[in-house]
Design a protein around this ligand. Sequence first.
Ligand code: ATP
Ligand code: LTN
Length: 327
Amino acid sequence: MDRILSGIKPTGSLTLGNYIGALKHFKDFQDQGEVFIFIADLHALTLPIDPEVLRENSRDIACFYLASGLDPKKTTIFLQSQVPQHAELNAILQNYLYMGELKRMTQFKDKCSKMNDSAIGLGIFAYPSLMASDILLYDANKVPVGEDQVQHVELARDLVNRFNHRYGDILTLPKAEVTKIGKRIMSLSDPSKKMSKSDPKGDIFLKDDPAVIRKKIMSAKTDSGSEVSYDVENKPGISNLLTIYGAMKDISPEEAAKLFTNSRYGDFKKEVANAVLEELIPFQERYQKIKESGEYLSVLKEGAQKARDVASVILKKVQHAVGLLDE
Ligand code: ATP
Ligand code: LTN
């Protein structure tokens, strides 16, 4: 049976990119195998964050998970920090990843290239080690993520091969599962940049008011010319909107483009906004209800217990394999 695991870090308010590239798809795995979806709160500490903001973001992600259709009876939903085995496995596995590999990670380079060495925390550098531990702790073979996280999953694969070569068949080889439509949604104000929750310019946040979402789409940066066509190189702005539309309607951006061959940019944008709001308004309503009811608290509590039970078995196996005394 498949084991599926993914997480989102509570670094900020979730964006439409997070929704399309990751969140929206988690529920589709529920009938394929055992699913573990967590809030990567330890990862959120890798860059400075206000404690109260971190707590509120974590609550929000729990509610978003439930609003997206994840069913706690089928999916184990939990907070990373409430399962100490993540940190314990990390303490072992960090010895099987190398400085050279970590330095090459795009996320590290993107986030730290403009920072002085004396300001870069060890945690952001070692990020992929904790992420590999998250995955390997549950024997996960499928990891649904957006395109930007594939490199980290690949590094986890290298680690597994290295570790198993040395100690035998202990760890499960994971594979990134990237959605076909919308694996990389771009910023609406600068379509050459990934839409990201830590960069508020040009992003649609899942908590934005519907009127604000519509306004942001209507003022999204478009390209020269007037024809709606899918051409990522020459028409990055329009292509991004076609991808967003396609993701909402479950069609490819090329198919979406066919529906708008005779449309003006303005009319096309109106339809994109309608499609996004058709999906997001009911999602926001579910989120609001869940947040107010407080039901997410018991979900997290039970989830952490289940996660600890599974994680402790694999942690023990690894501890034994590397030679830690367990008698
Ligand atoms: P940060 O800005 O703090 O780095 P982020 O917005 O990039 O955060 P993550 O927590 O790193 O978000 O990502 C959560 C999930 O959403 C991951 O699977 C990631 O690949 C996916 N994701 C993030 N941004 C996008 C995007 N623009 N398009 C598609 N998927 C995305
Ligand atoms: N790095 C991921 C969050 C994350 C994750 C994981 C995703 C932490 N651990 C394990 C999948 C599997 C991110 O930035 N989205």
